[in-house]
Write a protein of this length. Structure first.
Lengths: 205, 156
């Protein structure tokens, strides 16, 4: 009899501790936030429909659209056949990464300011472990030398690497020793500079 | 595509900002400046220029223009030597799509005809892009096709 009473009390406690059905989504949202704060993510991520809403450590809300596997495959195929040599290069590198057995999680992703809805940056290639910026030449890199900073400097307004993936800068044009030194002196230490697909292959996890 | 605005003189950031803004306006392009576009070093980043091709939320191409400060122009960025004259890169962007580069370049060079624009290593003036416009022969590879179209018009 005493045991039955104990079981009954336990059941009541459990029922009271579980949120109602109407509260469940909020409950899971908070759970995700707690997980983020526990250190798995830099900032917080919430999925709303097919949109990812990311509040980075600087407190800025950024958003982007989730890409399906078929969307990514199509985009890579279109890029590979593009007459734009920069776009074609992005497609070629993505295809190479796929051939190395890696899954591409994002390709040519538009990242927008979540409040103002204007563009903040784009992410050329996202894999499970890497975030990759593709440049055709040193001159192309020079037009936006700070672009890779937003992958590694979490104090920036436009920091956009929630899972702290390895940041890679791929430059296709063969680099002179001088150019290489100039780039290495400019980009943050935790961004890897690669100059060939073979170098990229070595660095992919 | 990588697009750079080239000038024989180092012009003020205010002046280049005005010209880029007017070029977007006259080129009938969406244009937005963010409240953090002006940086502490006086550079201007992420001038948001879009060209819509549909009615969906993401049905547009875009570029994010940067205007460089004097220190960067002089001490960091590569200079171009064109017809034995030094040109400085005063503003630029990367990952910009072809048609948007074309529309912006045409509009910009009409406002600043003494400047040049380069798409990757291909350099052109108002003269070349105006020739494409007048002949209505735009293609996705316009920035190097114009050299094949009429070599005699290449005056750079």
């Amino acid at each position: 009899m005493q045991f039955k009473k104990w079981i009954y009390s336990l059941a009541v406690i459990l029922l009271l501790s579980v949120p109602s059905f109407a509260e469940k989504s909020d409950f899971f949202g908070k759970g995700e936030e707690l997980l983020n704060q526990a250190g798995n993510t830099l900032g917080t991520i919430v999925k709303v429909g097919n949109k990812i809403e990311y509040t980075n450590p600087a407190g800025k809300l950024l958003k982007w659209s989730e890409q399906s596997a078929s969307d990514i495959t199509n985009s890579i195929s279109v890029a590979k056949n593009s007459t734009d040599v920069g776009r074609k290069l992005e497609g070629t590198v993505a295809d190479f990464i796929k051939s190395e057995g890696k899954i591409i999680e994002g390709f040519g992703m538009k990242v927008k300011d979540g409040i103002k809805n204007i563009d903040v940056t784009d992410i050329d290639i996202l894999t499970s472990n890497e975030i990759i910026e593709i440049k055709r030449s040193v001159a192309a890199w020079e037009t936006k030398i700070d672009q890779v900073n937003r992958f590694v400097n979490s104090t920036l307004d436009d920091f956009v690497n929630p899972y702290n993936k390895k940041a890679i800068l791929f430059i296709e044009q063969p680099l002179s020793a001088l150019d290489k030194q100039k780039i290495l002196n400019t980009i943050p230490n935790n961004v890897a500079l690669v100059n060939t697909l073979q170098e990229l292959k070595v660095i992919l996890k | 595509m990588s697009l750079s605005i080239l000038s024989k003189e180092i012009i003020s950031i205010d002046s280049i900002f005005k010209n880029i803004s007017l070029a977007a306006l006259k080129g009938k392009l969406f244009y937005a400046v963010n409240d953090n576009s002006l940086k502490a070093n006086d550079q201007i980043e992420n001038l948001n220029i879009r060209k819509y091709f549909g009615n969906g939320e993401d049905d547009y191409d875009f570029l994010l223009m940067e205007i460089y400060n004097q220190d960067k122009i002089v001490n960091f960025l590569s200079k171009r030597i064109i017809n034995k004259e030094i040109y400085y890169c005063v503003a630029g962007t990367d990952n910009a799509p072809s048609r948007l580069c074309y529309d912006f370049s045409l509009s910009y060079l009409r406002l600043s005809p003494d400047h040049l624009i380069s798409i990757y290593e291909h350099v052109f003036s108002l003269y070349e892009i105006e020739a494409i416009e007048k002949k209505g022969i735009y293609t996705d590879t316009w920035y190097y096709d114009f050299k094949k179209i009429d070599a005699s018009e290449n005056s750079i």
